[in-house]
Design a binder for this molecule. Sequence first.
Ligand code: FES
Length: 189
Amino acid sequence: MSEAAAAKKPDEPIDLKPVYEILDRLAGQKGMLIPILQQVQDAYGYVPEEAANAVADGTGSYRSQVYGVLTFYTQFHLSPRGRHIIRACAGTACHVKGGAQVIHRMENELGVKHGGTTADLIFSFEEVACIGACGLAPVIMIDHDAFGNLDPNTAETVLKKFRKKALAEIEAEGSEGEKNDGGEDASGE
Ligand code: FES
């Protein structure tokens, strides 16, 4: 997800420039609807409605066709996702080692259940089937990192660390943005 998209507030209009750039590169080629939508999702972290409509217009597709693709493939998301994706394993090995309690604690801490995104857009939470790390059961993944041998307390600690790190990143991006805005103002151009 681009930083600009990550920093967007819910009531701000969508900046469609990334969509038009993607369309300029790919729209003339056959069979590119899915790759275009994938790139749009990479740019925003999800596929906003305005972007989906712009893709339909730019590719000469019916909107129903674009939404058909977006709702058929689970890789696409139509609402904002958290900057970190948590995948908690609900597979058998994790379950017998206390995975359900880990998941329960995480849901309580996050205030969302499977498929949900926290209000601060820091985390999206998903329960998934075995992620192939049964030796570490119970295990969760946050983005590409695996955390294993968890219990509810250690899972909560991992979450708190990630949230702290994410808040520090958001603050740093905010001051970087302010610096850049200040720089443009100072130039007087
Ligand atoms: S069952 Fe959880 S990693 Fe395999």
